[in-house]
Design a protein around this ligand. Structure first.
Ligand code: TXA
Ligand code: MG
Length: 320
């Protein structure tokens, strides 16, 4: 399967595959026509650049014009793993992959299937999350099929993606480094290695073009209830109809809401919540009685920052 996937990638095909964060939709990153097929299959805006997946730090450095000191330290500490680095791009990276930017995003995934695939392909692989543009990222092969059936040449099934939210994206082409997207590697861990990260300039050009779009959203409207587990149950009960509301919440909150039968348990921790978030949104979205999905989350620590970020983008409304 992996050898066939590698051949398909080398010959310009589209292959969906598991990573330790979410499933990716891959194409040869050095082949502009193949990369363009990714945008068509996802319905992705052309101004949203792709992450290029590589087998190791050397392959990443070969795609960049300069390899900043912060990149050296971060690669040593965290690759392979859920960290994407934005660096000045070498001209070998086609403009379509970079969406015309002078930088390129590179990441070395840790998932054994992704690593085997990169070795078999022998080319760097551009891969956004394998969902239709705007939908929750897929953490299973079934979710990929739900969105992209008939639009990809092959889906490699590697079971559930482990972390459940996408990689953390850090721009190291500037100093201090900028946190473009919180994700599967906690901000605290990165800052322990390179010092404080800064936020993208507000009102400035969208530094990570992908972050300006509505994202991660199922079809039903999502409300983000940003309250502590101790307070959230009372708010749900006061404002939501148990028959028509899907509730996505930590175990402690659901325990206080037995009449809300359309429920997805996010578990006891940020790690379990990250794993269940996107699949949970998709699951509640398939229940006909559910008219609105209420997601309870309030922590910014560890993976909690990424969970809140995804809910902010998925939700049409935030209740505080
Ligand atoms: O975990 C992940 O990162 C997954 C798996 C498949 O590796 N991929 C993923 O890709 O989440 P995607 O395309 O869904 O998100 C890529 C993000 C977008 O927000 C995009 O704008 C940003 O990375 N990005 C890519 N290249 C960039 C660049 N040169 N400068 C700034 N942001 C960039
Ligand atoms: Mg995505």
């Amino acid at each position: 399967m992996v050898r066939r996937a590698g051949r398909l990638l080398r010959s310009g095909g589209l292959v969906a595959f598991p990573t330790e964060t979410v499933y990716g939709l891959g194409a040869n990153a050095l082949d502009a026509a193949a990369a363009a097929r990714i945008f068509a299959a996802k319905g992705r805006p052309a101004d949203n650049p792709l992450i290029v997946h590589v087998a190791d730090g050397e392959e990443a450095a070969a795609l960049s014009l300069a390899w900043p000191a912060a990149a050296v330290r971060l690669v040593r500490a965290f690759w392979p793993g859920p960290l994407t680095l934005v660096v000045p791009a070498s001209p070998v990276v086609p403009a379509v992959v970079r969406a015309g930017l002078p930088t390129v995003a590179v990441r070395c995934p840790a998932h054994p299937v992704a690593r085997a695939l990169l070795r078999a392909a022998r080319v760097p692989v551009a891969a956004p999350s394998a969902n239709r543009s705007g939908r929750p990222s897929p953490t299973t092969a079934r979710a990929v099929a739900e969105d992209l059936d008939g639009r990809v040449d092959l889906v490699v099934d590697g079971g559930s993606a482990g972390i459940g939210v996408e990689s953390t994206v850090v721009d190291v082409s500037v100093s201090p480094a900028v946190l473009l997207r919180p994700g599967g590697l906690p901000r605290e861990d990165i800052e322990a290695v390179v010092g404080p990260l800064v936020e993208p300039t507000p009102g400035g050009p969208a530094r990570s073009p992908g972050m300006k779009y509505r994202h991660y959203a199922p079809d039903r409207p999502v409300v983000w209830l940003r309250r502590s587990p101790a307070e959230a149950a009372a708010v749900v009960r006061a404002r939501c109809d148990p028959a028509a509301t899907g509730v996505l919440a930590p175990t402690a909150v659901l325990a206080a809401l037995p009449e809300y039968v359309h429920a997805v348990d996010l578990g006891p921790s940020a790690e379990t919540a990250a794993q269940r978030l996107f699949e949970g949104l998709r699951r509640l979205d398939r229940i006909p009685a559910v008219r609105v999905i209420v997601a309870v989350w309030d922590s910014d620590r560890g993976l909690g920052l990424a969970i809140g970020n995804r809910l902010a983008k998925a939700a049409g409304e935030v209740w505080t």
